[in-house]
Design a protein around this ligand. Structure first.
Ligand SMILES: Cc1cc2nc3c(=O)[nH]c(=O)nc-3n(C[C@H](O)[C@H](O)[C@H](O)COP(=O)(O)OP(=O)(O)OC[C@H]3O[C@@H](n4cnc5c(N)ncnc54)[C@H](O)[C@@H]3O)c2cc1C
Length: 300
């Protein structure tokens, strides 16, 4: 694999590039070995260039948002990790529409909505991902999901063409989208919100953030809810009823604050987390007859 062209391109378009970059700091779990090349892009043009180069040179590549839903193995990833920087969120507001770079944090987009008295996105305040990652996952919380507010996006298709897609074509369902089954790269997202009262929007955002602080182990690295909500149940309740609260392998643990979170208590390895996940799945299936499915994405 010849990565020198990637380095050269990054020098030309001003993107950060590093070889043998350790991925752990780029994930909320703080786990993950090296990738051959790590490129950080701040805009659509640079993203398109590097995606096209990887495809034409057959270099395996992975798109990274904020890394808040990923468990990456200690072996790391082969090829090029293309991280969307959140440093230049490029947020524009036009009436009820907010458009932002896919690398923008949900946090910054929520604040833009608040500053423009736009309501509808409060549910996302506190989800630590990027806008692109949130669309890919159809992220949701407290009765809302991205599906409710997205209008369209720009993306790079399988042929390397920039295109626009409207919400109806995104196949958005619980933690799933067309982007999770196609090789598309989201470059920007447009949300459609409605005018509201800024004091009420702020109060709702603060209330939801407080609920997160009260219920979630935010002081430890994690991927948030480790498991999807099984039909008719809550994963955390099932895990707790099976006596698995606090179940520990090495540095990984079922949080004693919120059983739906597997946390990194310090020094956890990929194998530690997987051992906890596998045991939780095994016991919940045996005792409750429910097959848990991971919400976090596992890259081995
Ligand atoms: C403390 C905590 C709380 C959380 N709470 C919630 C919650 O309430 N609700 C919820 O839904 N999730 C929650 N999460 C999980 C996570 O924040 C979301 O899934 C988020 O949407 C992931 O975004 P990301 O940018 O971090 O994506 P990443 O983890 O970087 O990537 C996730 C997937 O999206 C793909 N991807 C990312 N950006 C793009 C792009 N531009 N184009 C194409 N593919 C892309 C990646 O390739 C990867 O497959 C929580 C996580 C933590 C750590």
């Amino acid at each position: 694999m010849d990565l020198s062209q990637i380095e050269e391109m990054c020098r030309e378009n001003g993107s950060f590039c590093e070889f043998n970059h350790i991925l752990a700091p780029n994930t909320s779990m703080k786990i993950g070995g090296p990738c051959d090349a790590f490129v950080k892009v701040t805009n659509e043009k640079a993203l398109l260039e590097v995606v096209k180069l990887c495809r034409s040179e057959n270099i395996p590549h992975f798109i990274l948002g904020k890394g808040s839903n990923l468990l990456i193995s200690g072996k790391g990833l082969r090829g090029c990790v293309i991280a969307l920087s959140s440093e230049e969120p490029n947020i524009t507001v036009n009436g009820g529409e907010i458009t932002a770079w896919a690398g923008a944090t949900l946090h910054s987009v929520c604040l833009a909505a608040l500053n423009n008295s736009l309501t509808g996105l409060e549910f996302a305040y506190g989800i630590p991902g990027s806008l692109g990652g949130a669309l890919f996952m159809n992220a949701g919380a407290y009765g809302g999901e991205i599906k409710d507010v997205v209008r369209s996006c720009r993306y790079i298709d399988e042929k390397g063409e920039l295109r626009e897609m409207s919400a109806e074509d995104m196949q958005l369902s619980y933690r799933s989208s067309v982007f999770s089954c196609r090789n598309y790269v989201i470059t920007s997202v447009t949300l459609e919100l409605t005018t509201g009262d800024s004091a009420a929007i702020k109060a709702r955002m603060e209330e939801l953030m407080q609920r997160r602080r009260d219920k979630q182990p935010l002081e430890f690295p994690s991927c948030g809810s480790t498991f999807k909500r099984p039909e008719g149940y809550f994963a955390a309740a099932l895990i707790e009823e099976c006596g698995l609260k606090g179940y520990t392998v090495g540095g990984a643990q079922v949080s004693s604050k919120h059983s739906g979170f597997v946390i990194n208590r310090g020094g956890a390895t990929f194998e530690d987390v997987m051992a906890v996940v596998d045991e939780v799945k095994r016991v919940v299936l045996e005792k409750k007859g429910v097959q848990l499915e991971c919400e976090m994405l596992i890259l081995k």
